[in-house]
Design a protein around this ligand. Structure first.
Ligand SMILES: [Zn+2]
Length: 393
């Protein structure tokens, strides 16, 4: 919460918890007294936000990242170094830090963990020009390209040297392979320096997608969910998924950057827009607009934010359907659409044209994204289906 006039000194309470300098109000407040306290806290925060026209807060100290100290009011482009490994070369993580002239939250926006997902990378490039640090409250760490080797070599899904998926390698290791070393830099220099994290992805090469946004909640992210939900809705995308973190194994197995952020206690949002290596403005422009609306919603920049859209489609988690055979995949459709249990999602043929498998939906839901193929390997996810919720989550 970007309150710069003393709110941070107020004690947290039973229904809300301090999360990295933010006041996160739990959505599942357990008791009426606690709920009332939340209303009080909300009012206090609003008053606090409205009172910034009074005494000017002191300028914040320099923001530390890597070996750099970014002064208040500055925008600094950094190539965070990833040192060489035993078998693969050095690289860097491309970052821009915007350090405002008023103290406030640190927001991490990360693009390019998958180097073939171009809409987020191009949106980050565009956003770099559009944040005025003189009008900024708090700090934005904008990762413009997280996975530079994959971007430069146009490699979808994985790293070109070790063939690992960066988004399954967190928290990473300082002495691992290149993927693991990049993850380590992102964990230590970006995620752990932030109060909240927004991961920007899209359909990768050979993936179609209907844009959606996800907010991380559930038992392991309950305190962060209210803030994450609010941030997610600021993007103005119609499809909203609540990702429920129930078990430690969910957080630990093949940990993504997002689940690293959840493990570190940050309100965490996933944005997915774009597909198939496309760079269309139809994907880039709404993402930039959503990011700018998020900054207004968090009161990090001046201006009123747009309210959540009235026609939001809520999904309570997703279900993936995987291929059981290797060969040539043919999707039934490559757009978002309702599906019913038993609907055919696609087929797999072998290289001699024989039908190996017909994949059907195991649930009633909404197909959000999937594989366009044609190659498919047994175990690949071919369609991901959102589970609709009857009410907002
Ligand atoms: Zn991705």
């Amino acid at each position: 919460m970007p309150c710069s006039s003393g709110c941070h000194a107020r004690p947290a309470h039973a229904g809300a918890r301090r999360v990295g300098g933010w006041l996160a109000v739990a959505t599942d407040v357990p008791s009426p007294p606690a709920r009332q306290w939340c209303v009080v806290a909300t009012v206090v925060l609003l008053l606090c936000a409205a009172s910034t026209g009074g005494a000017q807060p002191a300028e914040p100290p320099p923001f530390a990242i890597g070996t750099t100290r970014v002064p208040a009011g500055a925008r600094v482009d950094l190539d965070l170094p990833v040192p060489p490994g035993r078998t693969d070369p050095a690289t860097s993580v491309l970052v821009t830090v915007f350090h405002g002239t008023r103290p406030g939250p640190v927001l991490a926006l990360t693009a390019g963990v998958h180097g073939f997902e171009y809409a987020p990378i191009l949106a980050a490039q565009r956003l770099r020009e559009r944040i005025d640090t003189r009008a900024l409250t708090g700090t934005v760490i904008l990762v413009r390209v997280a996975h530079l080797p994959a971007f430069e070599q146009r490699v979808p899904f994985v790293n070109p040297f070790d063939r690992k998926n960066l988004n399954r390698a967190f928290p990473g290791r300082p002495d691992g392979t290149q993927t693991e070393r990049i993850a380590w830099v992102l964990t230590t220099e970006v995620v752990r320096r932030a109060d909240a994290v927004v991961e920007l992805h899209g359909g990768d090469g050979a993936e179609w997608m209907e844009a959606f946004v996800g907010a991380y909640g559930g038992p392991l992210a309950a305190a962060q969910y209210g803030q994450a939900r609010r941030m997610a809705l600021a993007f103005g995308l119609r499809n909203v998924v609540r990702y429920t973190m129930r078990t430690q194994a969910q957080l630990d197995q093949g940990r993504s950057l997002n689940r690293q952020a959840v493990a570190d206690g940050k309100p965490t949002v996933l944005v997915e827009i774009g597909e198939n290596g496309r760079r269309d403005d139809a994907f880039v422009a709404p993402l930039v607009a959503g990011l700018e609306n998020l900054l207004r919603e968090l009161r990090m920049v001046p201006g009123a934010s747009s309210p959540p859209r009235a026609d939001t489609r809520w999904f309570d988690d997703t279900v993936g359907v995987s291929a059981g055979a290797t060969g040539i995949f043919t999707p039934v459709a490559t757009d978002g659409r309702p599906v019913r249990t038993g609907d055919v999602l696609g087929t797999v043929h072998d290289y001699r044209g024989r039908l190996l498998e017909t994949l059907v939906s195991p649930v009633d839901g909404y197909a959000l994204y999937g594989l366009t193929g044609p190659p498919v390997v047994a175990g690949d996810s071919v369609v991901t289906i959102g589970i609709p919720s009857a009410s907002s989550l």
